[in-house]
Design a protein around this ligand. Sequence first.
Ligand SMILES: C[S@@+](CC[C@H](N)C(=O)[O-])C[C@H]1O[C@@H](n2cnc3c(N)ncnc32)[C@H](O)[C@@H]1O
Length: 215
Amino acid sequence: MQITDAGIEQYIDQHTSPASGILHKIERETYVKSIYPRMLSGKVQGKFLRMVSNMIKPTNILEVGTFTGYSAVSLAEGLGNNGRLYTIEINEELKLQNEAYFEEADMADKIVAYFGNALDIIPQLGIQFDLVFIDADKINYCRYYELCMDKVKTGGFILADNVLWSGKVLMEKISKTDKDTLAVKKFNELVQNDKRVENVMIPLRDGLTLIQKIC
Ligand SMILES: C[S@@+](CC[C@H](N)C(=O)[O-])C[C@H]1O[C@@H](n2cnc3c(N)ncnc32)[C@H](O)[C@@H]1O
């Protein structure tokens, strides 16, 4: 199911400022080279991430799920002075491509890219984050959330992508084999019932939840 009408999507795109040159290049090349290009955030969500980042002016951002770096560059465009974005990607085949993009974006000194399993890497990070973007495999969303909550400052934010999962969250009967939909629903319930946070679900692209850690 498409969350928003295709015409509305087009209208939104036409009324959103253009992406920077490097983001345009990352998107174009991802569509040419990647098997799953739709995993990339894209222009509208990228612009939203950039603006959220720019409003917070974070010192430290954590991203779980780099892919080809589109959201990493978008978020890093809003970093405060001397800010850093730490991003984790399990697929090492993306390393050279991502390094080249971060270099071309003039962000090689601002973006620290880790390659490995985020479940192993997050607990090792001795950093407190102002903003976290969770955008990796859905099965582990609840685990990423709990690991990230330990690392987010009180007052800081977590953004989680794909929380509407193409509208499948509305299905009344979900097969036990549809582990992604079950995991996204479980994650949404976890956040909604978590007394440590305030949260708002936004119907942007595939659904984005903005969560603030209040205590
Ligand atoms: C939806 S894509 C990320 C898209 C990217 N944030 C963007 O907007 O352009 C999800 C990425 O998470 C990565 N991933 C999946 N499981 C992971 C894990 N356990 N640790 C780190 N990365 C993981 C995948 O390889 C994939 O590149």
